[in-house]
Design a protein around this ligand. Structure first.
Ligand code: ADP
Ligand code: MG
Ligand code: MG
Length: 912
């Protein structure tokens, strides 16, 4: 039969009777499992028992009905506990008092409830007086219990009790609760009970109704049952549900309930209560860290009502010296046992130390690195364990500037935390203004409704980017993350009037004008008026050490394949940065980013001109600038692979907005501002632009289809790549380009383009008299390509998976709209567990695996990589390497350190 209740602690002879242990957190919750573990270690833990998380779920699933037999099991456990403690709940001579504590498998700070001093009633208060000879203490405990129980279990507004307390202090002429006399407390107990009678709905709590009136329950067994029910119920309260949604904790885990005998930190100056960490959780330094309060109970320490004292002073108080020594000894025992920094709650009752909680402590990224590295040096953990312990997502904290933690500021607006890091600058409303101001030596934040490829110049020079529309994968967000520029998206309260160069902010009377200083924090998604001081990004020695350990692991080939990390980079500066961050090669160089800025003009005349000579001139110009680009990139990357993708986006992305052109024409027609010939030219241009409009450009004339429709384009690009390579070889460099054909779905597409590429390579090789051994591969990003991967593989040296498009086309979700239109709802309704554009979907991963397997079966030497946004997501990285079997992932420069760590962790997982 299923066991619902597990004992912990010792019996009266001191023998340990604990049934649980630290590995049982999914049954006993984190708190219960570790209380059991501490008891097993022989540490002083007040005895008690834990009701399992599964009981909570059974109770909740049955519509708040106790599962058969559990209440009897609890009665037995309680009787056993009374026997062990030598006291009885509610006893008039020597009463047992207990706490009823929630504790889920994952810590949910402040989300659920705890009741202290349970078992107090008019009889047991007399017993407590007899035992302690301290009537004031006994009545204060009673008063606290009625207050806490009524608030937590019966839902009475805590203000009602606080008001009564305030009035009592006024009448008594004292300033703090600690000065209230026994008589005052006695009266308060009665008044509190009266409040309960008046404010609790009898229909909601029929068990405590006597003669139609709510009466505060005096039966300890009833108190206990109601308290446990309340803790069970708190699992489903609104803030707990919200917290779990935000922290991706499943709803079906349930919470355990710990019933534990009370110890008292409020029995005078030889008693105290406190919280502590075994090391500094902010810096990681090897020092005790925490606070305590003399003569206090429970939450007093964290509540901030009284000034706490630093834990290092505990030993300095003579009456607490011994307990302090013991506590430090226990710090050592816990670290040695859990082999990690621990977070502890303790109480000292009349000089005797009691341990009330421990868990592995939360820490900053800096502390996480320092602690893990120190522990390797101390011989406590291995390098592999150290690497496993660092949360890759946390590394972001270390790589971007942040708001200074001590800074004070008011939040002006909130948006999505689209790209991490903080920035300060003057507001500008257009890309051109951004460039102009920066050229004058200013720092700017680009504020746009949403960005488009035209804004790239401004985005490049801006310290930060803010948009009022768009989600976390909007253009602004994706580009900002790629550039490592802080970005806050979807700031809906910003009413931007770019023409007037001002922003009105809904719900505020602030109006921002061009040149006003704002600060934004893309890690948190907040915007502040004025300059917030920043702390700068640094790659500390510890980060370096940790990442070099990660590299040793992921590049080790003795246990199988190496897990490589490449970068997505389109310009030498990004490539340089990525090399500093430890990228091994370039996994994706997008050539379209080389066609923006001044060059847009050239590509426009190629696309739009009807005149063959003009088109040829444009191609020649493009060839010259592209060759120059590739020389620079390939020189930076000498000795390293660099995957270059042929032109991919729909051509209209390079064209002007036809609506603006329409306006210009209409205006000219009205005012006669343009000559007849000029006007005609504009009209012809508009017709051509309109003629290129597609209903679904993402599914339209793009990728390999462009190369087929406009064969001059790939010809020019390959010529540029080959020429750059030949020149660099001649100059003694080691350029290693790989040419990638995007958006292939039909084998024949690849075959045709490959023929053009091979022929061009041969021509240039002959011209320069060098050998050009340039691999040609396919970007696999359509489901059909995955299905026919074994055919395509006959003509490809490598596959690189474009998982953004593959996700888009597998689901049939338009990435540009889905994330703002319905994915949030899907996530909320749990139709989707995660956003498939953030973390690779299993079905999409299955397609990747299928293509890898098919490719390898045809060509065992083939190389496989991933260059979608997913390449920088830790959960996806593990799937790509361990499930699909790729050779590398490629991600934006700022994600490279994270990917190195995540790849090492994936490798360690695969070893098991
Ligand atoms: P939380 O999960 O919010 O930290 P806890 O169950 O740990 O809640 O309880 C909060 C505080 O109540 C503890 O830190 C401790 O000070 C006090 N407390 C809980 N149980 C006992 C007990 N058996 N004896 C004395 N104090 C207790
Ligand atoms: Mg606690
Ligand atoms: Mg693509």
């Amino acid at each position: 039969m299923e066991q619902h209740v597990y004992r912990f602690g010792a019996d009266r002879t001191g023998a340990d009777v604990t049934e649980g242990n630290a590995s049982m957190k999914f049954m006993l919750g984190g708190k219960g499992a570790n209380l059991a573990e501490m008891a097993r270690l022989g540490l002083p833990v007040p005895g008690g028992f834990t009701v399992t998380c599964q009981t909570c779920m059974a109770y909740s699933n049955a519509g708040n009905v106790w599962p058969e037999g559990v209440l009897d099991e609890i009665k037995v456990a309680l009787a056993d506990m009374e026997e062990r403690m030598g006291k009885r709940l509610g006893d008039a001579d020597d009463p047992l008092l207990v706490s009823v504590r929630s504790g889920a498998p994952f810590s949910m700070p402040g989300m659920m409830d705890t009741v202290l001093n349970l078992g107090m009633n008019d009889e047991s208060v007399q017993g407590l007086i007899a035992q302690t000879e301290n009537p004031r203490f006994a009545w204060d405990s009673y008063r606290r219990f009625v207050q806490m129980f009524s608030n937590v279990v019966l839902g009475v507004d805590s203000d009602l009790f606080e008001n009564a307390l305030t009035e009592k202090r006024l009448v008594a002429g004292v300033r703090s609760d600690a000065e209230l006399a026994e008589q005052d407390l006695r009266e308060l107990v009665a008044e509190f009970k009266q409040i309960v009678s008046e404010h609790v709905d009898p229909e909601q709590y029929p068990e405590i109704v006597v003669d139609g009136k709510v009466v505060f329950p005096s039966d300890p067994m009833l108190q206990l049952r109601l308290a446990i029910q309340a803790v069970f119920g708190s699992w489903m309260n609104e803030r707990a549900v919200l917290y779990r949604a935000l922290n991706k904790i499943p709803d079906d885990l349930g919470t355990a309930v710990n019933v534990q005998s009370m110890v008292f930190g409020n029995k005078g100056d030889t008693s105290a209560t406190g919280v502590a960490f075994t090391r500094n959780p902010a810096s990681g330094a090897r020092e005790f860290y925490g606070d305590f309060l003399v003569n206090a109970q429970g939450e007093d320490v964290v509540a901030g009502i009284r000034n706490t004292e630093p834990i290092s002073d505990l030993k300095k108080i003579p009456a607490l010296h011994e307990a302090g020594e013991e506590l430090e000894r226990i710090f050592g025992i816990l670290e040695g046992h859990f082999r990690d920094m621990c977070d502890i709650e303790f109480t000292i009752e009349q000089g005797k130390l009691w341990m009330l909680q421990t868990r592995v402590g939360k820490r900053t990224a800096t502390a996480a690195l320092k602690i893990a590295i120190d522990m390797v040096e101390e011989g406590l953990i291995t390098k592999e364990e150290a690497v496993k312990r660092i949360d890759p997502a946390q590394l972001d904290q270390l790589l971007h500037p942040q708001f200074d933690k001590t800074a004070q500021f008011d939040i002006l607006a909130k948006g999505l935390n689209a790209s991490p890091g903080a920035a300060v600058g003057e507001v500008v409303f257009s890309s051109d203004d951004a460039v102009a101001r920066v050229n004058e030596g200013h720092k700017v934040v680009l504020v746009r409704w949403e960005t488009n490829p035209d804004d790239l110049k401004g985005m490049t020079v801006a310290e930060g980017i803010l948009t009022s529309h768009g989600g976390k994968t909007s253009h602004a967000a994706v580009i900002a993350r790629g550039m490592g520029t802080p970005c806050v998206c979807g700031v809906e309260t910003f009413r931007i009037d770019a023409g007037a160069k001002e922003v009105r902010i809904e719900g505020s009377d602030v109006i921002l004008h061009e040149g006003d200083i704002i600060s934004l924090d893309g890690t948190q998604g907040i915007v502040v008026l004025g300059a917030v001081p920043l702390t700068s990004a640094e790659i500390t020695g510890d980060l370096d050490t940790m990442l070099s350990w990660a590299d040793e692991i992921r590049l080790d080939e003795t246990d199988g394949r190496a897990y490589h990390v490449r970068v997505n980079a389109d310009n030498p500066a990004d490539a340089e940065l990525a090399l500093d961050f430890g990228a091994e090669a370039i996994g994706l160089c997008r050539t379209e980013h080389m066609f923006l800025g001044d060059r847009k003009q050239i590509i426009q005349s190629f696309i739009l001109s009807a005149d063959e000579a003009v088109r040829q001139k444009a191609l020649d110009d493009l060839l010259a600038v592209q060759t120059d680009d590739f020389v620079k990139m390939l020189r930076t990357m000498t000795g390293r692979d660099m995957v270059i993708r042929l032109l991919d986006p729909p051509l209209h992305e390079f064209l002007d907005d036809p609506r603006e052109l329409e306006v210009e024409i209409a205006r000219a027609e009205a005012t006669g501002a343009l000559s007849g010939k000029e006007l005609e030219e504009r009209q012809a241009l508009l017709r051509r632009i309109n003629g290129m409009t597609e209903s679904n450009p993402m599914l339209g004339l793009r990728g390999v289809r462009l190369s087929i429709v406009y064969p001059d384009l790939p010809l020019m690009q390959v010529r540029a790549i080959a020429t750059a390579t030949a020149q660099l070889k001649r100059d003694g460099f080691d350029p290693r380009p790989e040419i990638m054909v995007p958006l292939v779905s039909i084998t024949e597409e690849h075959v045709r383009v490959r023929a053009v590429i091979e022929q061009t390579l041969a021509e240039i090789a002959a011209e320069y008299d060098v050998e050009l051994d340039i691999p040609i591969g396919t970007m696999v990003e359509l489901p059909r390509a995955c299905v026919v991967a074994d055919q395509i593989a006959q003509y490809a040296e490598f596959f690189c998976f474009g998982t953004n498009d593959l996700t888009q086309t597998t689901f049939g979700f338009s990435r540009d709209d889905a994330e703002s239109k319905f994915i949030p709802l899907y996530l909320h309704e749990k139709i989707l567990p995660v956003n498939p554009f953030e973390t690779i979907d299993p079905a999409v991963l299955e397609l990747v695996k299928m293509a890898v397997d098919k490719g390898r079966s045809v060509n065992p030497d083939m190389h496989f990589g991933v260059c979608g946004e997913h390449g920088g997501d830790p959960a996806s990285i593990s799937g790509f390497f361990n499930v699909a079997g790729v050779n590398y992932v490629s991600c934006s420069p700022y994600r490279v350190p994270l990917a190195r760590l995540a790849a090492a962790q994936a490798k360690l997982d695969a070893r098991k």
